[in-house]
Design a protein around this ligand. Structure first.
Ligand code: SF4
Length: 526
């Protein structure tokens, strides 16, 4: 059976009017009550119906559109899944929006709500929710629907999982594996751990259970040996665990693999065969057991954080968030742009201006930009002590020649280094101001030097600097996103947190739309 469309009344009932009058601060409830039929119009509800046609989610009388609205409200009010069901019964603002005023029973249960979210994620339909707000805003007009001027920036999102040191990471992975087996066999964890020869695994604090002097390097080596020995034993036991179901063995094996991952990244072996912790941090080091994608990252050289970077692309004309991305904290900002392009793909929009900071200059979006895309960004500073910088040299792009301050011309190629002849520089009257090298002056030409030259040129004029300042608008959007989402992730896993960011973008956009003036009667923006 296909899910059916939700058709709540458009006009307010007298009871609803009373609720609306009492809402003083959380105005998104009022906005959604007035505009839910526009946001979830028949066309969109048909899309939802298609999406859930083979699922038990959204069967009558549970409407997918109602679940989608609750998903947005959950992000707006920052409540847990359990609390969603609670507020549906106790908060008249939720009831107002979901058309269940004074209901005795919630329109759906927690299980349905959680399954709906999983389906949205699995089918990548959370992206469609952002598009929906863009379409709604375009109905109001006031900005170009086809040409986009946008600014992109990111802020840290701390991960939700606990970051642990190597000993605890290994102990945590082993405990999870044994816990799965114990649960599968209906036994106590302590009993299973003792049987596996590692009773300390069952303890909530591995360091306390091992009862060692953790300031003593020899004791640390001993602890590492004990833990790794237990890992070997448990892997052996798992392979011959006749009482456990294949599913439990599979899940426990996955946790053992995580323990091995921790071992490989953090532990090395001394010549005498004893294990020791590796010095320094391994590349792409796993830092938690519960969230495989969380990573160490840096806000600045001195400030570190653990988790993700959330990226937001703001429309500089409409004020909407048009695309978002989430990357592990250790990845460069530039890696997010493929996700941003994917978000924009179905919005039928051409990016005409991109305002970024220098961290995004290495991105695919910049390197392989279309001819009609203009990049706005502060150029990298060019320094050369008190001698001529690269800016003292003129690049003639039509002739592909570089002119030095003394008028010497040489051909250049982007991505290569130009070397001025040593004998020419030695005889040059400007040599003291230019170079101390006996081999003559060299100038490296970046593969995207033309863009860099443009950026440098732009920032020397007041008009160019004013254009650069437009990027600050995306910082305002990031601040609002942070206000609703907080600085700590809600979920374990990159994809779930991306989902959360997308629905926060929806909340942001609905606020922007609520502030937009209505188009004159009878006029609908193209
Ligand atoms: S030192 Fe060489 S590169 Fe520099 S100005 Fe003189 S000739 Fe040109």
């Amino acid at each position: 059976m296909r899910p059916i469309n939700w058709c709540p009344p458009i006009e307010l009932s007298s009871a609803e009017e009373k609720v609306v009058k009492r809402i003083k601060r959380a105005k998104l409830f009022t906005f959604l009550r007035h505009h839910r039929h526009q946001l979830f119009d028949d066309t969109f509800q048909e899309e939802l119906a298609q999406l859930f046609k083979d699922s038990s989610v959204g069967q009558a009388p549970i409407y997918p559109a109602q679940l989608a609205l609750a998903t947005i409200l959950q992000a707006y009010t920052d409540v847990s899944d359990d609390e969603v069901i609670e507020v549906l019964l106790m908060d008249r603002r939720w009831q107002l929006v979901l058309d269940c005023l004074d209901c005795e029973q919630a329109p759906f249960g927690k299980g349905t709500f959680v399954r709906f979210r999983a389906m949205l994620i699995a089918k990548d339909f959370d992206r469609r929710l952002i598009e929906l707000t863009v379409e709604m805003a375009q109905q109001k007009g006031g900005f170009s629907a086809r040409h986009l001027r946008a600014a992109l920036d990111s802020s840290p999102l701390w991960g939700a999982a606990r970051v642990e040191d190597t000993y605890n990471l290994l102990g945590h992975a082993l405990r999870k594996a044994l816990d799965i087996i114990a649960h599968d066999q209906g036994r106590d964890l302590k009993e299973v751990a003792t049987e596996a020869g590692a009773p300390w695994v069952a303890d909530s604090s591995l360091k306390a259970a091992l009862d060692l002097d953790w300031d003593d390097p020899a004791a640390k080596t001993q602890a590492l040996s004990t833990i790794l020995q237990a890992l070997n034993q448990m892997e052996g036991l798992l392979q011959q665990s006749p009482q456990a179901t294949p599913q439990a063995v599979q899940a426990a094996t996955e946790n053992m693999a995580v323990a091995r991952q921790i071992q490989q990244q953090d532990v090395e072996v001394e010549p005498d065969g004893s294990p020791k912790l590796r010095k320094g941090t391994a590349k792409d080091r796993r830092i938690t057991i519960e969230d495989a994608q969380m990573r160490h990252g840096r806000k600045s050289r001195k400030q570190r954080f653990d988790g993700y970077k959330r990226h937001v692309l703001r429309d500089l004309d409409g004020g909407l968030v048009r695309a978002v991305g989430l990357t592990p904290a250790n990845l460069p900002e530039a890696t997010v742009t493929d996700d941003i392009i994917a978000d924009l793909k179905d919005q039928s929009v051409t990016l005409r201006e991109l305002h970024i900071d220098r961290a995004y200059l290495a991105s695919h979006l910049v390197k392989h930009r279309a001819e009609d895309l203009t990049i706005f960004c502060k150029a990298w500073p060019v320094r050369n002590g008190d001698r001529f910088t690269k800016q003292a040299f003129t690049l003639d792009w039509s002739a592909q020649r570089i002119h030095c301050p003394n008028g010497v011309r040489l051909p250049f190629e982007p991505g290569k280094v130009v070397r001025f002849p040593a004998e020419t520089c030695a005889d040059c009257p400007l040599q003291q101001q230019c170079t101390t090298s006996k081999k003559g002056r060299s100038v490296s030409i970046h593969p995207d030097e033309q863009l860099f030259a443009e950026l440098r040129q732009r920032q020397v004029t007041p008009a160019g600097r004013a254009q650069l300042r437009q990027r600050v608008q995306v910082e305002h959007s990031l601040a609002q996103v942070s206000q609703w989402q907080g600085d700590k992730a809600r979920y374990h896993s990159q994809r779930k947190n991306l989902f959360d960011l997308r629905r926060i973008a929806v909340v942001h956009n609905l606020h922007v739309i609520a502030r937009m003036p209505d188009p004159p009667p009878g006029e609908i923006a193209a």
